[in-house]
Design a protein around this ligand. Structure first.
Ligand code: GH3
Ligand code: MG
Ligand code: MG
Length: 477
């Protein structure tokens, strides 16, 4: 059997899951060789790739030099103990994103809390329960894939290192917004009391309402009780994971010891972590802190990816789409129009005598004109139209489902709007008159190509300039 993993696909807005077979690279750290062998055998049976280290230093070296997805870390080791290894991994920007699971011999609460405070993402106790081990490892591996993919995307578009980019971001300290979903006072009272000291806590007893509120407001973490009286908490979690707005929101479950099966399903669904009742105050605080920190780290990465994507297709001065975007979009729009038999028109709009604007009033004034010009274009087009800055003072407008007559009407309206109202420049101290020339063309017949379409609008623009500017000229095929 191969463990089935969810592979991450990225779009500019969201991270989505799709199913694919996948494995993860796991480092097992323990000073006792038999313990290593034991874990190794269990993980390898599930087709994980297993590495091993018998000391803290060796573990740090391996993490620094190879791609490790998860570390299973023994606490009690001579020399550097597990807590210290964990602290060092989490303090190093190069390894801080690797999930660490502490393996403790004792079921000591103080050990767990020390581990979480050292930055551990989870812990399991010896003797290791197979199902818990595999489930936690799978869940962490899946989360790490999201982070890795985001890191890659964010880094690809930036000259800065990712850690530098995130440096100014809040690392999870300070007050956060936590939403608790629980319909039993006896069960949430303690959680609210514990979390209220450090966080802004809101309680919602109706899961449907909770779903709406979670989608509308910006929470850092959701704490969902498995013991909801009138609603299936797993259903709520699956709804949270399917809504775009809440897909990436960290969820922590509060569960009962006899609900292990339910918990495993929840973790498979993408729930991030859990605490068992009776809830230990310190454990809850530590887990909440870890989840919030991780959530913010990923949110920071997503923002940078978003920015990178936008930078690649937007013109910095006007905010319109850039030439690169236009070139690829034109081909798509043209093919779509052709296969559906719909019209597609193109306007090329060029500012008349723009060079003298720069020469007379300065380059900044020229920039003012370009920005205002873009605003006026934006106001005059439909949602389905695409406006791009083609280069310099030349713009194009792609109009799906529009014939040449309609394109000319829009072009004429725009031309008038530009000519009728002077442009304000130089911080409001001056105003100047601007005119534009427009060339229009429309897709024609099954043999037309996008190259021909662009050529016709270009020729029309040339005519408009040649005939004295401040006018719209169209060219039929
Ligand atoms: P025509 O009516 O024939 O279009 O004349 P024109 O002066 O508008 O055309 P030309 O191509 O001779 O000059 C375009 C000018 O646009 C030259 C260039 O300095 C200026 N330009 C291009 N990009 C920018 C920009 O981003 N900011 C500013 N301020 N000027 C720009
Ligand atoms: Mg040991
Ligand atoms: Mg010009």
């Amino acid at each position: 059997m191969i463990i089935r993993f969810n592979r991450v696909l990225l779009t500019s807005e969201s991270v989505e899951w799709s199913n694919e077979y996948m494995t993860a690279r796991i480092l097992v750290v323990d000073d006792i060789a038999t313990n290593v062998k034991l874990l190794e055998a269990r993980l390898m049976a599930e087709y994980f790739q297993v590495f091993s280290a018998t000391s803290g230093q060796e573990a740090l070296d391996i993490c620094a030099s190879s791609q490790i997805d998860i570390v299973l870390l023994d606490v009690m080791m001579p020399g550097m103990d597990g807590f210290e290894v964990c602290r060092r991994l989490k303090a190093d920007p190069k390894t801080m994103h690797i999930p660490v699971v502490m393996v403790t011999a004792l079921n000591e609460m103080s050990d767990r809390v020390t581990g979480l405070e050292a930055g551990a993402d989870d812990f399991i106790t010896k003797p290791v329960n197979d199902l818990a081990l595999i489930t936690r490892v799978r869940s962490l591996a899946r989360l790490k894939m999201v982070t890795d993919e985001l890191r890659l995307r964010a880094e690809a578009g930036s000259e800065m290192g990712i850690e530098q980019m995130l440096h100014h971001k809040d690392g999870g300290e300070g007050r956060s917004k936590v939403l608790i979903v629980d319909d039993r006072v006896s069960s949430y009272e303690r959680v609210v009391k514990t979390l209220s000291r450090d966080h802004d806590v809101k309680v919602i007893t109706d899961p449907q309402e909770a779903l709406f509120v979670a989608a509308e407001e910006d929470f850092d973490l959701l704490v969902v009780s498995t013991g909801l009286e009138n609603f299936d908490s797993l259903r709520l979690c699956s709804q949270l994971r399917s809504l775009n707005r809440t897909r990436m929101l960290p969820i922590l479950m509060v569960s009962n010891p006899d609900e292990e099966a339910k918990l495993i399903r929840a973790l498979d669904m993408g729930v991030n972590d859990y605490v068992m009742r009776p809830v230990d105050k310190h454990e809850l605080l530590a887990r909440v802190r870890t989840q919030i920190k991780r959530g913010r780290y990923n949110a920071g990465l997503r923002d940078s990816v978003q920015q990178t994507v936008e930078m690649a297709i937007k013109d910095g001065l006007t905010g319109l789409n850039n030439r690169r975007f236009f070139d690829s979009h034109l081909v798509t729009a043209f093919d779509k129009a052709k296969s559906s038999g719909q019209n597609l028109s193109v306007l090329i709009i060029d500012i008349d005598h723009f060079k003298p604007v720069n020469d007379t009033h300065g380059h900044d004034a020229g920039d003012d004109v370009l920005r205002e010009f873009a605003n006026r274009i934006r106001k005059n087009i439909r949602n389905v139209d695409t406006a791009c800055r083609f280069g310099g003072e030349e713009f194009v407008l792609l109009m799906p489902d529009s014939d040449l007559d309609l394109a000319c009407i829009v072009a004429e309206r725009m031309r008038k709007e530009i000519a009728a109202h002077p442009f304000i420049i130089s911080g409001g101290t001056k105003q100047i008159n601007i005119t534009v020339s427009v060339g229009a063309a429309c897709i024609a017949g099954p043999d037309d190509t996008w190259e021909e379409l662009m050529k016709r609008s270009d020729e029309a623009l040339y005519r408009a300039k040649h005939n004295g500017r401040n006018q719209v000229v169209s060219k039929a095929a």
